[in-house]
Design a protein around this ligand. Structure first.
Ligand code: SF4
Ligand code: SF4
Length: 485
């Protein structure tokens, strides 16, 4: 059998995230290239190709990942298949600025729980460890189960904080209420990011908007007062189709519990705590295993059994909200907090869209120069109120945001297309047509609405449809533009 060679390249993209690519080095065969995100993916590939060789180039930038690979290869008894080429001449350009922002954003994701879907299936991304006296076997198993871009989070000085992720994050200054900082160490560089951390009801009632201009804010929804304010915000947004910048910019801690079911990363263990301590930054962690539990079972089995156990205890089985609700395990069954949470989830189904809209608008606002105008509002349609296609008969028709979100800011209209993850500026007539189509009205009816309301001639309307054609395709509604007379 021919002994094949595979070349492994580990490079950093423009955002600072690493990619591990594997290509077959053979002049006679077609080049096969694969991208791996977790160490275990890569080791199962090696196992399947156990007679072949793997060439890795070590540079200053990827040294930590290569060291992890070598450590794991030894553990898997595969080190004989790996051939290392030391190269500190940087075959790939070094990034001038260490990519702190990417990792700090990743840390924000850890706190909100809102991971992009791609991360749900690529093993542990963030590991929170309270005391790191973990056994070497446990460390090895966690490393094997991690994403190559994983970070290690701790609350105290660690003696050996290099074994897991490529970035180390330490949460500091918690004793000073309402502030903490995340000290991020990436390679040899250290970066300090201060955060404001407070209860939602205090943020809203104490007029703390000035803080927005200073440090990133995290709000917690942990007690009755927070839940009341949150419920009111969701209700107001639904009935007015309006959000103020000051209510968009802060992030919610564990926002995932208010989002759609698919956002919960519990089952995939994307963020994991190994700690006797059941709380982080003053609120419960969804998963926290202690060392002993992890010694006796595999991580995936433990996650699965914890999930099943908590689901049975939760009493969610017959709940009408089950379809969309993540059945969050942070809440103790039959506790007052859970009762209040469930009331909101059952009675205000808009809450899932509230989280979705808020996050789209947050991205939009972050890229705007005038975001400091914290009292300014963004407007959009809800099932209760229509901003664009205000035809009498559709005013209370259900609207969903699966394909896109149309909104206006400072009298200018925009559309965010989910499939593309992009914003486009559009004019009002186009916004009206798109909303009309999304509300399942016919093009003929939409034309009559434009005629009555804006005295649009048919030629103008036809021209608008031609101009909008590309956009309709991007949104996925082009097939609904039937011919009309
Ligand atoms: S269990 Fe709750 S807090 Fe944990 S990831 Fe799921 S929704 Fe978020
Ligand atoms: S609303 Fe409550 S009971 Fe219903 S599925 Fe969600 S967590 Fe479970």
């Amino acid at each position: 059998m021919e002994k094949l060679q595979f070349v492994i390249t580990i490079t950093q993209d423009a955002n600072g995230l690493f990619e591990m690519r594997v290509a077959e080095k053979s002049p006679n065969s077609k080049l096969r290239e694969m991208v791996f995100q977790s160490y275990s993916q890569w080791f199962s590939f090696m196992k399947r190709n156990s007679l072949h060789q793997f060439l890795l180039t070590k540079t200053d930038k990827n040294a930590k990942i290569i060291d992890h690979i070598l450590r794991l290869a030894k553990e898997h008894q595969m080190e004989d298949q790996i051939f290392l080429i030391e190269n500190n001449n940087h075959p790939y350009p070094l990034l001038e600025v260490p990519p702190f922002d990417t990792f700090i954003n990743g840390f924000r994701t850890f706190l909100t729980g809102l991971y992009p879907h791609t991360y749900h299936y690529t093993k542990v991304k963030h590991l929170f460890v309270h005391k790191s006296n973990l056994s070497p076997e446990l460390k090895m198993s966690l490393l094997n189960n991690s994403n190559i871009n994983s970070s290690y989070i701790s609350q105290e000085e660690e003696e050996d904080d290099n074994w897991f992720g490529i970035a180390q994050i330490r949460i500091e200054n918690q004793q000073q209420m309402e502030y903490f900082s995340a000290k991020l160490q990436l390679n040899q560089h250290i970066h300090n990011q201060p955060f404001v951390f407070m209860k939602l009801h205090r943020y809203v009632t104490a007029g703390k908007e000035d803080l927005l201009l200073d440090k990133p804010i995290f709000l917690t929804i942990d007690d009755q007062a927070d839940l009341d304010v949150f419920s009111q915000l969701v209700m107001d947004t639904f009935s007015k189709g309006q959000m103020k910048i000051k209510n968009i910019i802060p992030s919610f801690k564990d926002e995932c519990m208010w989002a759609d079911k698919s956002m919960c990363s519990l089952r995939t263990g994307t963020r994991l705590a190994i700690s006797e301590q059941k709380r982080i930054l003053d609120s419960p962690i969804c998963y926290s295993f202690n060392h002993t539990e992890l010694h006796h079972q595999s991580l995936s089995r433990l996650i699965e059994s914890e999930f099943t156990k908590s689901f049975i205890q939760s009493g969610c089985k017959n709940c009408p909200a089950l379809l969309n609700c993540p059945t969050c395990i942070r809440l103790q069954p039959e506790s007052l907090e859970k009762e209040q949470y469930c009331n909101i989830r059952r009675e205000q189904s808009f809450v899932t869209d509230y989280v979705k809209i808020r996050n789209i608008l947050k991205t939009f606002v972050h890229n705007k120069e005038n975001k400091n105008d914290v009292e300014a509002s963004l407007y959009f349609s809800t099932t209760k109120v229509k901003k664009f296609y205000q035809r009498e008969r559709v005013l209370t028709k259900e609207i969903n945001y699966n394909d896109c979100l149309i909104f206006s800011f400072h009298d200018e209209d925009y559309i965010y297309i989910n499939k593309e993850l992009k914003f486009y500026k559009i004019n009002r007539p186009l916004a009206i047509v798109i909303e009309g189509i999304l509300l399942n009205d016919s093009v003929e009816n939409i034309y009559h609405f434009m005629l009555e309301k804006y005295h649009w001639k048919r030629e103008m309307f036809d021209k608008l449809l031609v101009i909008g054609d590309q956009l309709f395709k991007k949104i996925g509604i082009a097939n609904r533009m039937e011919v009309y007379d």
